[in-house]
Structure formats: structure tokens, C-alpha cells
Design a binder for this molecule. Structure first.
Ligand SMILES: *Cc1c(COP(=O)(O)O)cnc(C)c1O
Length: 488
């Protein structure tokens, strides 16, 4: 399978190179040149690791099938996802189902990609004979940092540094990061907000002097963010696996359409659903759910992408984003025109906005619906769903639940699967407040109160954080990120 760039379709590389490079030399994103087809019958009776191997090997044709089989088994089999990889909860709320993607080691859906991608990266270096030490720099608002640390810890030939905004994450998210074990990991708080951390990291990536000094030592920078093809491809798997479960549970017959509603930030998770559809999965609408930062709702409604707007800090921080990078991939697949895409992206970079033509918008709307929910809508949804079904959801999932429910006009419609992207116990204070409870100042007290209220134990990996040693406590300025990159 060959890959090209969204901004220059003359380019052609294999998967290993797309994964090792991360981003195309012209600044575009790597995209597959065709979509392999995968009939649902072929995955109906497969386990999650088997489904993963099937889907991923169709795209990573330059990787040995046996390597992929083992990698999928090690990642998704066993206890790492608590035997609940791709689990669809039976909570049937008027035809809506919850695809629980938070049973992995860091309790957010990013584990699906970040537990596998490090193995894909190490193997890509092997395939391409690249002997550099890879230094991974990650700016994070919370979830990505821990998931990347957990995925890359103690891998050969890799070092990783994570930068989070000082006092900008939840206490649990901070503890998850600063207690990370491993010889090759480092974690820093950066003065300022997430944008400061992100800008600081981007500046280092764009600094030729840094690249040169690292090259002298046989080192190379790389990023773990969601524009890497290696992060997207593992996410296609759970769309197939969720669909197969609904068929096995006789909720639908094979061939009937199912909608998926996805709490969206960088547009990676929902794009994987579009890929599944292009591979032949009977998907109806992909519903793009945004929080108060609703730039995508506006785009999918009007065709105008306008990032010149206020940035809101919300209770669903992983969706607080104004430039959704992976949308660029969709624009390429819909138009098949890398010149057009390059123009739009240049406009976005220079002027902060662009507008797609009428035909492009109409084609996008054939596949995508959209909606947004503010913090209050989300909180009401958490409470309503808990009181009605005894089912607890986190603030990101709640945004999607609210959007899906408000788009559904009658319960006889086709089933809708909501992607549940984080454990409610990752945001105990926010969830308790939504339930109308008083919130203890200490996050672990909040966690315990929430356990009592719900009668459902919190994931072990969060509970044990309380007693663990904090390994990293350094606070740096964004200018100092450069020094960290050089000395790591
Ligand atoms: C990252 C994240 C999202 C958004 O996913 P994208 O692929 O960036 O659209 C939603 N929910 C949670 C909990 C996340 O961590």
C-alpha cells in the first residue's frame, strides 16, 4: 500500500516511511492512496487482537504479517485493556450504545493508538535501517502526555519528553504523568497555558540548528501527536469490532447501517470512522460532536472554517481545539485534489480561515452530521443518563451523548454508537458536580465519593496514583524546551 501527501500527490512512500517521518516534507499529512475493502463477514467472529491484525495488515503491507499479529496480541490481548478492548456496553438508551474505549492503561481512548504505535515506530526504523536515537517531544493538555509516556517507556532507541501546562491539567492527569516509570522518560511543567507548551515544542521542531546539533550525535526528533499515520490506523479497528458486536447481539443484521457519534478535537478519531466506511463498513452518519469550541460544527454546516475566534477552556479539555489537523485528510479524500487542499491550508495558516466549494461541502455532508454542547448540556446529560440508566460517563462522552440524542427524532431510527473516550474517574470533580453532589477539594476524596455514589470501582491505575512517588517536578519556561531537546 502506498501513501501520498495531502498537499502533493506526486509523492509516494510506504507505510514505514510515513510512520517514521510523521509529516510529509511539504507540510502535508500522509494518506493512503486507496482504501482496501474488508467485508464484515470476515471479522464477525474475531477477537479484538485478531480484528486489529486484519485491519492493520491491509494498510501496513510493508510490515511482516507475523510481526503485526504479535504486536496486536501483545497490545490488545491479555490484561492491558482488561479484556475489554472495544467493549460495547449494553446500556441501550433509546437505541444509543456506548463504545467504552477507556479500559486501557491510562483510561482514555488514546491508548488504542499509543500502545501500538511505539512498536510500529521501532519496527519502521528496523525496516528502513534507521539507527538514529529517536527523541519524541510531546506537548499535552493532559491525556496524550500520559498515553505517550506509557507507550514509549523503556523502548530501545527512543527517548521521550512530555511538556504540560503548569497548573493546566487535572490533579489526576498531572500525577499520572509525573509518576511515570522508565529510564527514557522525562516530564516538565511549562509556565503558561497549553498553547505556550505547544508553541515551544513546535518552535524546536522547526529549528534547523537543533536538528543539526542532534544529527551530529546520531539523534532525530519525532512527534507522537495525532497527525501520524501510525496513530490513525489502530483507531479504524474498533469501528469494525463494535459493529460486529451489534450483529452478534442481534441488535442489527449484518448490512444494516449504524451511526457513530464521536466527541471530537483534532478530528482523528472520527476520521478513522470514515476510513472504516470507505472500507465497506455499513456506517450511516458519522456525527461530529464538539463542545463550546464549535469550529467544526460551523464548518460542517456552512463550509467555512474560521479559527479566528475565542478559545474556551471547558470541562472536556481534550476537545478544546481550534485547528483540527486531521480534517485536512478528509478534504483530500473528498476532493482528490492536493493542489486545492494545499491552497486551503495556506489560507488557514496565513489568514486563519478558508471556505470549501459547494460541491465539496455537499459530499462531506453525505457522510457527516454535527452538533455541539456546552458544559451545562454535558453536565445535564451525565446526570440524566446516570439517573435513568445507572450509567456513568465522563464530560467528553457526555458532549457526544447530548449531540446524538438531540439529533435523533425517534427511537426507531438506526442504532447509534457513542464513542466513550475517557473514564469518568479521570474527571471525578467535574462528574460529581454534574451529579449535583458537593465536591471535596482533594481529587482522591472526590474519586472515592464518586465510587460510593456509583457503586462502581475506579480503575486500579488511577486509585494507586495516590501512594506513588513523584519523579518529576521541574517547572520551565517555554524557551527552555529547546535546551531539554538537546540534552535529553
Ligand atoms: C483526544 C480526545 C478526544 C478527541 O479526539 P480527536 O481524535 O482529537 O478528535 C476526545 N475525548 C478524549 C477523552 C480525548 O482524550
Amino acid at each position: 500500500m502506498e501513501y501520498t501527501s495531502t498537499r502533493n500527490d506526486q509523492l509516494s512512500v510506504q507505510a514505514a516511511e510515513a510512520i517514521l517521518r510523521g509529516i510529509a516534507p511539504d507540510g502535508g499529512l500522509f494518506v493512503p492512496k486507496q482504501f482496501p475493502s474488508l467485508p464484515v463477514e470476515e471479522v464477525l467472529d474475531l477477537s479484538y487482537p485478531e480484528t486489529a491484525q486484519k485491519v492493520i495488515s491491509l494498510f501496513l503491507t510493508d510490515y511482516a504479517p507475523e510481526f503485526l499479529r504479535k504486536a496486536a496480541e501483545q497490545t490488545y490481548g491479555g490484561e492491558r485493556f482488561a479484556q475489554k478492548a472495544g467493549y460495547v456496553s449494553p446500556v441501550g438508551d433509546s437505541g444509543m450504545y456506548s463504545l467504552e474505549l477507556w479500559h486501557g492503561p491510562t483510561c482514555a481512548f488514546k491508548d488504542y493508538a499509543l500502545q501500538l504505535m511505539p512498536k510500529l515506530l521501532v519496527q519502521a526504523k528496523e525496516i528502513l535501517g534507521d539507527t538514529n536515537v529517536t527523541k519524541i517531544l510531546v506537548a499535552t493538555s493532559g491525556d496524550t502526555g500520559k498515553a505517550a509516556l506509557a507507550g514509549y517507556a523503556d523502548l530501545p532507541g527512543i527517548k521521550i519528553a512530555v511538556f504540560y501546562p503548569n497548573e493546566g491539567t487535572s490533579e489526576i492527569q498531572r500525577l499520572q504523568m509525573v509518576t511515570q516509570k522508565g529510564e527514557n522518560v522525562a516530564v516538565y511543567a511549562v509556565q503558561g497555558n497549553f498553547d505556550d507548551a505547544q508553541t515551544g515544542v513546535k518552535r524546536v521542531f522547526g529549528d534547523p540548528a537543533v536538528a543539526e546539533r542532534l544529527a551530529e550525535k546520531g539523534e532525530k526528533l519525532s512527534s507522537a501527536n495525532s497527525i501520524n499515520w501510525g496513530r490513525l490506523v489502530p483507531q479504524i479497528v474498533y469501528y469494525f469490532y463494535a459493529y460486529a458486536q451489534l450483529v452478534r447481539q442481534e441488535v442489527i443484521e449484518n448490512g444494516e447501517r449504524v451511526d457513530f457519534c464521536v466527541p471530537t478535537g483534532n478530528f482523528g478519531d472520527i476520521l478513522a470512522g470514515y476510513y472504516a466506511k470507505r472500507m465497506g463498513l455499513p456506517v450511516g452518519k458519522l456525527i461530529c460532536a464538539s463542545n463550546k469550541n464549535n469550529v467544526l460544527t460551523d464548518f460542517l454546516t456552512t463550509g467555512v472554517y474560521d479559527a479566528r475566534r475565542l478559545f474556551y477552556k471547558t470541562e472536556s479539555p481534550s476537545m478544546d481545539i481550534l485547528v483540527s489537523s486531521n480534517l485536512e485528510r478528509l478534504l483530500y479524500h473528498i476532493t482528490g485534489d492536493s493542489k486545492k487542499v494545499a491552497d486551503w491550508m495556506a489560507q488557514l495558516n496565513q489568514q486563519g480561515h478558508y471556505q470549501v466549494d459547494h460541491e465539496t461541502l455537499a459530499q462531506i455532508q453525505e457522510h457527516f452530521a454535527c452538533g455541539c454542547a456546552n458544559d451545562e448540556d454535558g453536565a445535564q446529560e451525565i446526570r440524566r443518563c446516570f439517573e435513568k440508566n445507572g450509567y456513568l460517563m465522563d464530560p467528553h462522552t457526555a458532549v457526544a451523548w447530548h449531540v446524538a440524542a438531540s439529533l435523533r427524532t425517534n427511537t426507531a431510527e438506526q442504532p447509534c454508537v457513542i464513542l466513550s473516550t475517557a473514564s469518568p474517574y479521570k474527571f471525578p470533580a467535574s462528574v460529581l458536580a454534574a451529579l449535583g453532589q458537593s465536591v471535596p477539594a482533594d481529587e482522591f476524596e472526590a474519586l472515592r465519593t464518586l465510587e460510593e455514589k456509583s457503586g462502581m470501582p475506579a480503575p486500579e491505575s488511577l486509585r494507586v496514583l495516590r501512594g506513588q512517588t513523584e519523579r518529576f517536578g521541574q517547572v520551565i519556561s517555554k524557551e527552555e524546551i529547546r535546551q531539554v531537546a538537546l540534552s535529553l
